[in-house]
Design a binder for this molecule. Structure first.
Ligand code: HEC
Ligand code: HEC
Ligand code: HEC
Ligand code: HEC
Ligand code: HEC
Ligand code: HEC
Ligand code: HEC
Ligand code: HEC
Ligand code: HEC
Ligand code: HEC
Length: 304
């Protein structure tokens, strides 16, 4: 009995010593690895020794100014992480946050720490974010083509056309919004960082978007034309069209898509008569000239 109890006590002591020993080895280990992760900052003067041109260009850019310094005193290392080890290693590439090795999320996180508000509020989940774009697909911190908004292309529309070829083709059609003429930009209607509205529109709906510049189409009208109030793209192709006035179909077909059953059908042949008098010129808007809405007391058929 006595022998058994002693060996039990011995076992407990042995286990206790073992546990202590393990801790003794682990604790300094934990400390050491966390010190490595935190890393040491080197400061921008160090970077200038080997990256002179980059540092000079950076100091002249928007991120070299006071506003940035107020958000972070770590200069280069705000984005590239602690770089003392990189400096000590004589520019060891493996000891610095290499841009090429970051995934999309990490690339954008580099910027979102300071730029998550304002126009960037709806970035997460936006069409561009969810299709794998990062901030750096459109912006360059070090080699922007233009200083304004640090874009990678001189021309904003060119930046967008690189990926949106179909839209580029549309803007070359005879009738188009004057984007390539430089009178407006894609961002006159879109926010590439994401919006609450579909298609990255900055207004609450397509129609609201159009009213911003074509306010006279808003009314109020005594007689409203339902499809106009509903959505301008019922008849217009916003970016560009081969028909007059950005129309998405030619008259009279434009109207006949919905009005097949008027008292003066748009079909040229009707029973025995060869032509219908009311469709002279085939243009419904020759007579229905106020189709966007009328304020005339007897304008319910948009003739005045
Ligand atoms: C002793 C010289 C030296 C110093 C000091 C130095 N670097 Fe470098 N750095 C290099 C060299 C060399 C490379 C590799 C260049 C190459 O291969 O194109 C490099 C590469 C880099 C890269 C690119 C890594 C990649 O993905 O290819 C970054 C970012 C960088 N340095 C940031 C910094 C920052 C920030 C500082 C200041 C804290 C700094 N460097 C200080 C020499 C230096
Ligand atoms: C606001 C974030 C940010 C800051 C601050 C910043 N960088 Fe960069 N750096 C980047 C990004 C993003 C890239 C990837 C290329 C690009 O987008 O221009 C990069 C790339 C680099 C490269 C790789 C070579 C190249 O041009 O592609 C070097 C070297 C570098 N940075 C050094 C520096 C130095 C030195 C500083 C400080 C003077 C600095 N960076 C400050 C974001 C930053
Ligand atoms: C430490 C904070 C910080 C980080 C990180 C940062 N920025 Fe900035 N950024 C600023 C400040 C401050 C300004 C100055 C504009 C202002 O006052 O709002 C600015 C301005 C800009 C501008 C506007 C330039 C203009 O013409 O108005 C762009 C574009 C920009 N940053 C892109 C980026 C990108 C891309 C990244 C990531 C690679 C990034 N920033 C990371 C703080 C930061
Ligand atoms: C699809 C291209 C694209 C992407 C992706 C993109 N931007 Fe932009 N960004 C632009 C354009 C174009 C402008 C100029 C907008 C204007 O003139 O109103 C701009 C403007 C800015 C500005 C300056 C104006 C402002 O909103 O205050 C900042 C800062 C900025 N972007 C940060 C970012 C950040 C951070 C990310 C990533 C989360 C990002 N951008 C992703 C195209 C893009
Ligand atoms: C006058 C306002 C306006 C301008 C300027 C504008 N857009 Fe649009 N865009 C719209 C509207 C409204 C829609 C949604 C209705 C539609 O698809 O026609 C849209 C839709 C889009 C779509 C989605 C199309 C689809 O089939 O889902 C893309 C991509 C697009 N625009 C790119 C661009 C690019 C790139 C530019 C600049 C070169 C540009 N837009 C300029 C108003 C505009
Ligand atoms: C690096 C490529 C790239 C660039 C640059 C780019 N886009 Fe896109 N854009 C995409 C992708 C990918 C989609 C998603 C297309 C899809 O889902 O069919 C998209 C979708 C869109 C949509 C439709 C959103 C929706 O909800 O359907 C609009 C609008 C748009 N982009 C506008 C722009 C504008 C404006 C610019 C320039 C400031 C721009 N894009 C630059 C790749 C790009
Ligand atoms: C940012 C301002 C702006 C917005 C928003 C806008 N437009 Fe325009 N729109 C213009 C300008 C500028 C013209 C060219 C006027 C000129 O050439 O005299 C134009 C011309 C037109 C034309 C006549 C084209 C022609 O060939 O004569 C139509 C139709 C049109 N816009 C429809 C729309 C529709 C539909 C929307 C909404 C999706 C819209 N616009 C949103 C500025 C805008
Ligand atoms: C039912 C079809 C239809 C709808 C819907 C429609 N339009 Fe039109 N729009 C036309 C036709 C047809 C023309 C060319 C005849 C003319 O000049 O009146 C035109 C011409 C225009 C023009 C150029 C001539 C002018 O009157 O200034 C603008 C701008 C315009 N529309 C804006 C809009 C806006 C904004 C909306 C949405 C609120 C809209 N349209 C909805 C059929 C339509
Ligand atoms: C997207 C469908 C659509 C298109 C395209 C369309 N309309 Fe209409 N239109 C309607 C609807 C819906 C009404 C309301 C019908 C009602 O109240 O019975 C209407 C009403 C009218 C009326 C008044 C009818 C009445 O009895 O008071 C006229 C006139 C008219 N449209 C002419 C046109 C012309 C001209 C065009 C071509 C420029 C056109 N519409 C294109 C849907 C359309
Ligand atoms: C020569 C002038 C003229 C032309 C062209 C014309 N209309 Fe009319 N439209 C009228 C007149 C006049 C009325 C009758 C108004 C009334 O009864 O108060 C009318 C009435 C209508 C009405 C409402 C009553 C009904 O008949 O259902 C619609 C819808 C309509 N037109 C659509 C069209 C369409 C679509 C086109 C083109 C295919 C067109 N109109 C071409 C003069 C014209």
């Amino acid at each position: 009995m006595l022998h058994e109890a002693m060996s039990k006590q011995l076992k407990i002591v042995a286990v206790a010593i073992l546990v202590l020993a393990v801790f003794a080895v682990l604790i300094p280990g934990i400390r050491q690895s966390s010190a490595q992760e935190e890393g040491q900052y080197a400061g921008i003067e160090q970077c200038a020794m080997c990256h002179e041109d980059t540092v000079k260009a950076f100091q002249d850019s928007i991120h070299g100014q006071k506003g940035f310094a107020l958000r972070s005193d770590k200069a280069c290392e705000s984005c590239h992480g602690p770089a003392a080890a990189h400096v000590e290693g004589g520019g060891d590439k493996t000891k610095i946050k290499s841009f090429a090795s970051l995934n999309t999320q990490e690339k954008s996180d580099m910027c979102l720490g300071c730029h998550e508000r304002g126009k960037k509020m709806f970035w997460m989940g936006s069409a561009h974010e969810s299709r794998g774009l990062a901030c750096q697909d459109c912006h360059s911190v070090h080699k922007p083509a233009v200083e304004k908004a640090q874009l990678k292309k001189k021309n904003q529309s060119q930046l967008c056309f690189d990926c949106h070829k179909q839209k580029e083709a549309q803007f070359f059609r005879p009738s188009h919004h004057p984007v390539k003429e430089g009178k407006m930009e894609c961002t006159s209607c879109h926010n590439p960082h994401g919006t609450q509205t579909a298609k990255l529109l900055t207004a609450d709906s397509v129609t609201e978007q159009c009213y911003q510049c074509h306010a006279e189409k808003r009314g109020p009208f005594l007689w409203e034309h339902v499809p106009v109030r509903e959505d301008c793209t019922n008849c217009h192709e916003v970016h560009g069209s081969n028909r007059l006035k950005l129309l998405n179909a030619k008259e009279p077909f434009l109207c006949q898509r919905c009005h097949s059953d008027t008292r003066h059908p748009g079909t040229p042949y009707d029973e025995t008569r060869v032509t219908q008098n009311r469709i002279a010129g085939h243009s419904c808007t020759n007579c229905h000239s106020t189709l966007h809405g009328s304020n005339h007391p007897s304008g319910h058929t948009f003739l005045r």
